[in-house]
Write a protein that binds this ligand. Structure first.
Ligand SMILES: [Zn+2]
Length: 110
């Protein structure tokens, strides 16, 4: 191998090493960016969870208070009558529970 081709080969390798170093640098930056983003999302997620718990607790405090119309339905139901659309006004056989009635009285309506 003459010195010219040895020089050329070294120069080519140097170029390739520089490219690889640049690639490595880009990947490293991208990784750091992803890790920062991930940390931000984790913090945001934590805040949202706290907010959901807060709101759920507030809703929980309000829900035991039935509206007047629901209280009337509850009274009818406890007297042994259906208040659901399916069997409204009919007597509940042997005081059996009815999921349609309980949904109307206690169910959530969002
Ligand atoms: Zn019913």
């Amino acid at each position: 191998m003459d010195s010219q081709s040895l020089y050329d080969e070294l120069k080519e390798m140097d170029t390739r090493l520089s490219d690889t170093a640049a690639n490595f640098s880009h990947l490293h930056e991208a990784l750091i960016e992803l890790m920062e983003k991930n940390a931000e999302l984790e913090i945001e997620n934590q805040h949202l969870r706290e907010r959901v718990t807060e709101i759920t607790n507030k809703v929980g405090q309000n829900s035991p208070q039935l509206s007047k119309s629901r209280k009337n339905l509850e009274k009818l139901y406890n007297e042994g009558f259906h208040v659901c659309n399916e069997y409204y006004g009919k007597r509940r056989e042997n005081d059996e529970d009815c999921i349609f009635c309980t949904d109307i009285i206690y169910g959530r309506r969002d």
